[in-house]
Write a protein that binds this ligand. Sequence first.
Ligand code: KIV
Ligand code: ZN
Length: 390
Amino acid sequence: MTDTVTKDRVLIFDTTLRDGEQSPGATMTHEEKLEIAGLLDEMGVDIIEAGFPIASEGDFRAVSEIAKQARGSTICGLARANLADIDRCWEAVRHARSPRIHTFIGTSPLHRAIPNLDMDQMAERIHETVTHARNLCDNVQWSPMDATRTEWDYLCRVVEIAIKAGATTINIPDTVGYTAPRESADLIRRLIAAVPGADEVVFATHCHNDLGMATANALAAVEGGARQIECTINGLGERAGNTALEEVVMALKVRGDIMPYETGIETKRLMHISRRVATVSGFPVQFNKAIVGKNAFAHESGIHQDGMLKNAETFEIMRPEDVGLSETNLVMGKHSGRAALRAKLKDLGFELGDNQLKDVFVRFKELADRKKEVYDEDLVALVSAAPEAE
Ligand code: KIV
Ligand code: ZN
């Protein structure tokens, strides 16, 4: 790639706190949600989907507080296609410097059967709800849920209605992780070509990972013209999860030669936020997970270690520092000092005050006396059992 290539900007829309939190068992506390939203904001996420305000008092409060604390990110809330949902969503997001309402309805034959609306009735509902949302907020996202299983003609029809009613972003969800990369690219490309007014809105891609293709499908959609990727930290989300934020961001960074698109993400923060999300959601990251897994930058075999010592590029396509992992992978044992413990804990996503560190250090030494190597999981357990901040 030469320096003269103009890179198109791709917006990163993080839905860890909405779609991610919908994973059975991944519920976070109010404080944890605020903390994760703060980290997403600092990392440069363009849009944070902070929750589903009408779903519960807790969700409403979390979205409102996140909207108040946000500095750079747009704060978005989810709403079904009815006026009460949209009003409640607006009440929560309106505190943000940059608010967005995201409203959706299932448009595929299977999803249309749920509210028992025929095609014309649903089209009318879309017109009414998007118009209502747009009267409240300048920034409205509309999603035809299960778009990838919606009839082509009907999809074009409803997307056009949403654009005419004032939607500024059209998201095309692959709700059940059914599409494949070529199809994902073609769908966006064909929609942009076929629907009047499509060139005046941003098209987004929202992929689920049921067949393990969410990252590939999202990147293909960008090739097809999507300029917003919806994703979650660690790929958290219902069933097999969503597109993993860290994967699409690093793929665009590392393979800018063939995918000349930029994001605003500060990638050095990826490891820290990944670990915090794993801790607060209770969903550990698999060891061999791309980018943020414990083994993503580990080299065990003699041939690999030898190659790495001569030239790190032999077996690494990105530097561990680029995702926020310290260059030296510290092995913690009884000879490790307090500074090493502090650095290691920082890597793991914990910044402790002096008193808390002192307490963890004492218990770390006791453990290290009994164990040859103290693993990351041991340290996480020690910190979790420590008294709260001083
Ligand atoms: O997967 C999906 O279709 C969704 C919508 C609410 C956008 O999460
Ligand atoms: Zn989803």
